[in-house]
Design a protein around this ligand. Structure first.
Ligand code: G6Q
Length: 548
């Protein structure tokens, strides 16, 4: 289905075919599917770009996959992948190319956009970043009072925060432990105060990360940071030694008082949520060093190559995207759980929330029509095994099916005692229990009292993907993030939505502007919101301004 094609997705014969097929599959459960086909685990698992995926515990047969691939072909997913890699302006509503894949392309590759080789630009910035990082690490870059920098505070929000925090946490094992890293995003002053309460301003570097350099939260935190620094160091001249910027807005960066020499840029073809491997990742490079950062980029690139060059039938992001769509659009599963069995990936679910939901939480097709099908499910999650002791109850016995991705590693970075074996045993056991449940017969055999059996029964038939890799390295992290980036792409391509704009977020950026001054006035022109909002504002004024 080419962009602008008036045939709605749900009217395609491939879609109707899947709907008919769903009627058959939904009558079987995973237990029956496994009994019918002993080679299921072989058939529905694959290895690619350093990751292993077992998707056999999904409610599918070989026929399901064939039909899903046919749908992907009909929707020209391959053509759309090529369009992205070739720098076409596939972000149609913002009239922009989408080239995060260029951020991790090797310097030998060339991708031209409007006559300029963007890969060359990327590598120039990477070299400047690496040089800066080396100067911080070896102490050549000094703070205003002559002390080396020991604390890094990244100020940014959304795409300028979630990737850096996630990757910093994920790669902590490889990080410069003698340095302190903090991330300030929230407009709530508590975030800034807590991040800076125990660090010495004369040893602190702020990275102002903002593509636009106009975001209210980031600019408010940035000016609080400048006041905090100036009140300790006393001179405006200190700013240039303690602030650098990552942005596309040179003019605003200069206005803030940052020398453009200390600004790291990127193209407007990098979306915020796709930017952790651009200069927005400066804090990550400071934490793990340039070599590990380059390794991470190589991991991203490996998955990019896999995505672009592997036939659909063996293509990890294509398969993950299609399975997610199958559950979402045919079984009606409204959410997907992300459960990393790896403590270092504790922020990965939060990162994926933005990547998936900001990209594909859309109700309008590229041609401007209201979609007639559901788009992005809700993504959420927590690391295993912690989740098992709380919300897994609902996944096992709730009334809604939550398909989930369980992520683990064969080797632990911190092999202590029996921990890793127990951790992985839990991952495998959950995937098994979710698929096959616990039957009344099995409970009876265990001698469970009859009246308790209905309460203890787990119906099973809950689908999971199991994603495994050797160990969590910078390259593995890159592969994993790119896997999800491209799986999001596949779904957006089929839903025919613009996965790269974010008009809902833009709305949020302007909404508060009207109310901010109203909260500061005791009285003024009559409030003209709805009655609920008017009342909330009046209550705030009464409590705060009149001391009630
Ligand atoms: C990401 C979004 C959004 C954005 C933030 C921060 O795709 O557009 O999360 O990253 O709003 O924007 P700035 O980097 O411009 O401050």
């Amino acid at each position: 289905m080419k962009s602008g094609n008036p045939v709605s997705l749900t009217n395609l014969s491939e879609w109707s075919d899947l709907s008919r097929h769903y009627e058959l599959i939904s009558k079987k459960d995973l237990k029956a599917l496994f009994e019918e086909d002993p080679s299921r685990a072989d058939k529905f698992s694959l290895q690619g770009a350093g990751l292993f995926l077992d998707y056999s515990k999904n409610r599918i047969t070989a026929e399901t996959m064939e039909k899903l691939f046919s749908l992907a072909k009909r929707c020209d997913v391959s053509g759309k992948i090529e369009a992205m890699f070739n720098g076409e302006k596939i972000n149609q509503t913002e009239k922009r190319a989408v080239l995060h894949i260029a951020l991790r392309a090797p310097s030998s590759q060339h991708i031209f956009l409007d006559g300029v080789d963007v890969v060359g630009e990327v590598h120039e910035t990477l070299s400047r970043m690496a040089d800066f990082v080396r100067r911080i690490h070896d102490g050549t870059w000094k703070g205003y009072t002559g002390k080396p920098i020991r604390n890094i505070v990244n100020i940014g929000i959304g795409g300028s925060d979630l990737g850096p925090v996630m990757a910093y946490e994920a790669l902590k094992f490889y990080s410069h432990r003698e340095m302190t890293f903090r991330f300030v995003s929230n407009i709530d002053g508590t975030d800034f105060v807590e991040a800076t309460r125990d660090i010495d301003p004369s040893e602190t570097l702020f990275i102002l990360s903002s593509k636009t350099f106009t975001t209210l939260e980031t600019m408010t935190n940035a000016s609080t940071a400048r006041n905090w620094l100036l009140s300790a160091l006393g001179s405006q001249d200190a700013v240039s030694r303690h602030f650098v910027a990552v942005s596309t807005n040179r003019a605003e960066v200069m206005k803030f008082g940052i020398d453009p020499e200390n600004m790291f840029g990127f193209g407007d073809w990098v979306g915020g949520r796709y930017s952790m491997d651009s200069a927005i990742g400066l804090s990550i490079m400071l934490a793990v060093g340039p070599v590990h950062f380059y390794e991470m980029l190589a991991g991203f690139h490996e998955m990019d190559e896999h995505f672009r060059k592997t036939p659909m039938e063996e293509n990890l992001p294509v398969i993950m995207g299609l399975l997610s769509l199958w559950e979402n659009n045919f079984f009606g599963s409204a959410t997907r759980g992300i459960f990393p069995y790896e403590q270092y990936l504790k922020r990965f679910p939060a990162y994926l929330q933005q990547l998936t939901m900001e990209s594909n939480g859309k109700h309008t097709t590229m041609s401007g029509n209201r979609v007639t099908y559901d788009t992005c499910p809700v993504f959420w999650g927590e690391p295993g095994t912690n989740g098992q002791h709380s919300f897994y109850q609902l996944i096992h016995q709730g009334t809604r099916v939550i398909p989930s991705d369980l992520i683990g590693f064969f080797h632990s970075l911190n092999p202590v005692g029996p921990h890793h074996q127990i951790l992985l045993a839990n991952l495998f056991a959950q995937s098994e229990a979710l698929a096959f449940g616990l039957s009344p017969e099995a409970l009876r055999k265990q001698g469970v009292a009859e009246e308790l059996i209905p309460h203890k029964v787990c119906e099973g038939n809950r689908p999971t993907n199991v994603i495994l890799a050797d160990r969590l390295t910078p390259a593995t992290l890159g592969r994993l993030v790119a896997l999800y980036e491209h799986s999001v792409f596949v779904q957006g391509a089929i839903w025919e939505i613009d996965s790269f704009d974010q008009w809902g977020v833009e709305l949020g950026k302007v909404l508060a502007q009207r109310i901010i001054p109203e909260l500061g006035e005791q009285s003024g022109p009559a409030l003209s919101h709805d009655s609920s909002t008017n009342r909330l504002i009046e209550l705030f004024r009464k409590k705060r301004l009149k001391g009630a």
